[in-house]
Design a protein around this ligand. Structure first.
Ligand SMILES: *Cc1c(COP(=O)(O)O)cnc(C)c1O
Length: 369
């Protein structure tokens, strides 16, 4: 019998019984969406879990980020990173804003705060950094720059569910943070997302955007969209939230085993372990430098031949996308380009066995064809 394929990720799920129990009441109330009881309960539980003052839920992370930017009523240029998922840049562009790309740090893959100021012009209105792979951006330096230049900061926090910096929930930094609860993330509501923030005024605007701008039976105040999280999504979230701590514990074991096997190998570079950060082990990126002897693509192919599927995440860079490469030049962010050309994210999920981790490492390190 052929071995089961090992994919780069596997969604965390409750048991069928637990989910069925959770959705029973929906079949009684027939309240399927539009901020029902499950939605309200999940919202409150997430505020507690993430240690934030407010969270507004959305049907996915992208529309959450889009709406966060919309709420701040921005105009002009936004400094951001090319080393991210399509969503970050698309949300900026879809708001009529112009992305300006800043290079990243080699150790953490996050925006290099020391290179932000040189990109600021009189048109700059905001910074949109990304906490890549669960690594925390240089939040202190970014805050300092933003204050000095009167810029808004909206974090793409899609990868950092449950992460804390100096004991503070990561969603407290900047003006707003967007979390994604997509199936592939550390915590999922199948599809889903949320915006966290401290300013009370944002709640009303975010709710407007996610429900067509409707404020009452006969009042529609804004040209909003439909981005509401439904009750079945919220029910999945309520179930998954009960298990997320133990899922992160299991991910930690996987990450530790990978580190043990790969950290001393010449030509292999791993993501930094950050001081003062409570991590979530969302991804396991590996950089294959030239002295390793095998290229990233060769390693990927060898793994695939053995039924193990890694991912070039993030490759290509945003600035090399067909929809952006005529306007932007990826050679202007050389570190991002370097990392993107050499990175491979290895399979990482709570139920990945340590035996499998070792098999993956054997293939990477050894000559196994
Ligand atoms: C997943 C992700 C998003 C988008 O979230 P969705 O919930 O899939 O819409 C945005 N940014 C980053 C970095 C992501 O990984």
């Amino acid at each position: 019998m052929e071995r089961q394929k090992i994919l780069v990720t596997q969604s965390s799920m409750p048991t069928l019984d637990e989910y069925v129990e959770e959705i029973k009441s929906i079949f009684e109330t027939k309240h399927l969406t539009n901020m029902g009881p499950k939605h309200e309960e999940l919202q409150q539980q997430l505020e507690n879990y993430l240690k934030v003052k407010h969270i507004t839920l959305f049907t996915n992370g992208h529309l959450a980020l889009y709406s966060a930017l919309k709420t701040l009523d921005l105009k002009g240029e936004v400094i951001t990173t090319p080393y991210t998922f399509a969503s970050t840049t698309h949300a900026i562009v879809q708001n009529g804003l112009s992305p300006v790309f800043c290079d990243i740090e080699k150790d953490t893959f996050t925006i290099d705060a020391s290179k932000i100021e040189e990109l600021i012009t009189d048109k700059t209105c905001a910074i949109v950094p990304v906490h890549v792979y669960g690594n925390v951006c240089n939040v202190e330096e970014i805050e300092k720059i933003a204050k000095e230049h009167n810029l808004k900061v909206i974090y793409d926090a899609a990868h950092v569910f449950g992460v804390q910096y100096k004991g503070i929930g990561i969603g407290n930094f900047g003006d707003m943070s967007m979390f994604s609860f997509h199936a592939t993330k550390v915590f999922n509501t199948i599809e889903g997302g949320g915006v966290t923030y401290n300013c009370d005024d944002y709640t009303r605007k975010l709710n407007l955007h996610k429900n067509f701008g409707i404020t009452g039976p006969e009042t529609t105040e804004a040209v909003g969209m439909n981005a509401k999280m439904n009750e079945f999504q919220a029910a999945m979230g309520l179930c998954n939230l009960r298990h997320v701590d133990s899922e992160i514990e299991k991910r930690k074991k996987v990450a530790m085993e990978y580190r043990k096997r790969l950290q001393d190998i010449k030509g292999i570079k791993l993501s930094a372990i950050q001081k003062d950060v409570k991590p979530n082990y969302a991804y396991f990126p590996v950089i294959f430098e030239d002295e390793f002897g095998k290229s990233r693509d060769e390693v990927m192919e060898q793994l695939a031949k053995n039924g193990i599927f890694s991912r070039k995440y993030f490759y290509p860079l945003i600035t090399d996308f067909e929809c952006y490469n005529k306007q932007y030049d990826s050679s202007k962010t050389p570190i991002a380009k370097y990392m993107s050309d050499r990175v491979l994210t290895l399979p990482m999920y709570a139920d990945l066995s340590l035996e499998m981790v070792n098999e993956i490492c054997d293939i990477i390190i050894g000559g196994k064809k």
